[in-house]
Design a binder for this molecule. Sequence first.
Ligand code: NDP
Length: 790
Amino acid sequence: MNKIAQIFQTLEYGPAPESAQPALDWIKAHDGVFGHFINGAWTKPGKTFSSDNPATGESLAQVSEGSAEDVDKAVKAARAAFKSWSALSGYERAKYLYAIARLVQKHSRLFAVLESLDNGKPIRESRDIDIPLVARHFYHHAGWAQHRDREFPGAVPYGVCGQIIPWNFPLLMLAWKIAPALAAGNTVVLKPAEFTSLTALLFAEICEKAGLPKGVVNIVTGFGETGQAIVAHPDIDKIAFTGSTDVGKAIRAATAGTGKGLSLELGGKSPYIVFEDADIDSAIEGLVDAIWFNQGQVCCAGSRLLVQESIEERFIAKLKLRMSKLRVGDPLDKAIDIGALVAPVQVERVRELMQKGIEEGGSVYEPDIDLPAGGCFLKPALITDVSPANTVVAEEIFGPVLVVMSFRTPEEAVALANNTRYGLAATIWSENINLALDIAPKIKAGVVWINGTNNFDAAVGFGGYKESGFGREGGKEGMGVYLKPAWEKDLKPAPAAKASPAKPANPLDASQGIDQTAKMYIGGKQARPDSGYSRPVFGPAGNLVGEAGEGNRKDIRNAVEAARAALGWGTSSAHNRAQILYFLAENLQYRRAEFAARIKEQTGEKGEAEVDAAIERLFAFAGWADKYDGAVHNPPLRAIAAAMVEPIGVLAILAPQARPLLGSVALLAPALAMGNPVVLVPSEKSPLSMTDFYQVLETSDVPSGVVNVVTGDSAVLAKTLAEHDGIDAIWCVGDAATSTMVEKASVGNLKQTWTSRGLNYDLSDTEKFEGDYFLRRATQVKNVWVPYGA
Ligand code: NDP
């Protein structure tokens, strides 16, 4: 047989290598050694380390290890550049972003080859996915630069942003960080991951070519310590991080109390759900993209296959067949599917986790396919016979390893999908669009792909729920995390609260005789404090005006349980929530005189104005309930992405001491309007307005558990709430020490926090607080991708 006939018989791939030469020439042009890019110039290389090609183990270049001094120099350059960069018109900034986009496109092949050499990903992916998305990101954000002031009135950039990125999508993660930061008017200091610095350094050259003003973009290479120096630098205004959840938590703890902005893009263990009516071949092809894209080193990898029991056997058989056709090989070969993992240590980590999977009873399947000799290559793997408690099911493996479980009903699929501390992404396969669209909102994840997977676009936000982090990248939400209201910088310290009269040494001395202790309100019922103690409430002249329960951690536990049982509030219709808030306002109006008198009793102030303001605030957020909603994006592929605005979950609120009614209502109303059940700790000094308020709640059809009121020592209850894993977000009006404590204690489940840090947030200001300020903080955006095509 001649060769062509033979090829037709076997249909085997021939080699299709891309030349590494242009990328090697670029490295050579730098003598194979790089300094940092600071203030528009290259520093002299200092102590260096090697950046290796994971496919061969060969060293590609020497890269400098950034010290705290290097970081400091970069921050100073970024600070100096900030004034003029942020003063440029949006149009001027847009032109720079556009120039960068054009230059990335022009040199896209060089970028793609360099990325594949340094990271080990197939050239097919770097060429067709990573680099085009990088260019798209800069184009898209050129538009945001120009329209910033129209779309974000009253917002200003943070200042200097410290940005730390991982190695799995080196240039793409850089683009996701730098493009919105610059569009918003910030300057940046970015640290690439130690394994993959080279495309960030090539990007620095692109910035030079684009004529970007000195100091706007600074790149400091190095290890985790360099990242730590960025996080710790006092003159950095915002940190944006992508990487592992452990490091994300460390960064959350390190930034607590500093007032630095923070966005975290962390790990995932994303479910890939296949229903029995799915197009199985498409679902399998999707799965190849979900878990073997980038060797599985993808934060949103569909690494947990949940397949309906009725098709499980057939599906797994077909999947194994497909796995046996995957080609693992030289990343620069255009016809391979799976390249090299990033480094030997990552191969080791994946192997260890697989071993653990076996030890815990899992069965590993690997197809009988060839691996190149040497280099960081692994076969695609499938682990069956596992259950939710297994390490390989719970932990992010970050390698080409899929775990499989089955389910019977849609409810079980949702329960399994949500049975994870993460919440980054999910995929649903079903030919029944009604079923898919019913499941999508039930899954706690920032991105849901229906009948497709790993779709990304600059116009569509990306980011996590739960321990996958907070903040979004891409879209309007992504711009939002690089901006803050201009008025925040003018906030003054809150006036010191007047000291409460001391508690009497003998508790009996405070007692009013007949027990008139205001009870707490938990799960729609009045509740006595678990402690059995109450605390006196004094009027302005030190006179005793009543008593309130001394709440403790058991009361908080009960309140959180009640609130979690009321999470259905978030899926009730917005119209329904609006009606209930209007009704609350109406019922408060009926009792205006009584509430005003109670305010006067506790504070000495005339209370009518405060009650009126509280009624108006309830009206305002009743009005928002059905209006603060999402968008439909039209990314450049045959799909729509529905950006749904969802509640965060159970919200804890520590209300201010002043304005005992309005202070609580101003925070409660936006939280409720957006569908979050609340555990409220009212003013410690004057709690009686809110213990009265539950009578209004009871008469206004607010479902049980949606509002829970626990009175007591704010700082003590704040700590319990911040540490509680059943709380998803916490807002705390408190002094600097309490705010820092709340931020630190929130690390456990990475709850979203808003704290006043001892500053005077005047919640009576309708201009500032009747709009989206708290609505934004009460919600998170989920993007549901739905493809179309006959
Ligand atoms: P890390 O989270 O450690 O690294 C991410 C980035 O943070 C890197 O630039 C790293 O620097 C830097 N860094 C490390 N420690 C600190 C610190 N204390 N303070 C500030 N910055 C720091 O991820 P790894 O590279 O170590 O990967 C470990 C695991 O994390 C993977 O196996 C995977 O499971 C997960 N991961 C998840 C990612 C995601 O997108 N969700 C991305 C990458 C990893 P340096 O590279 O020099 O250490």
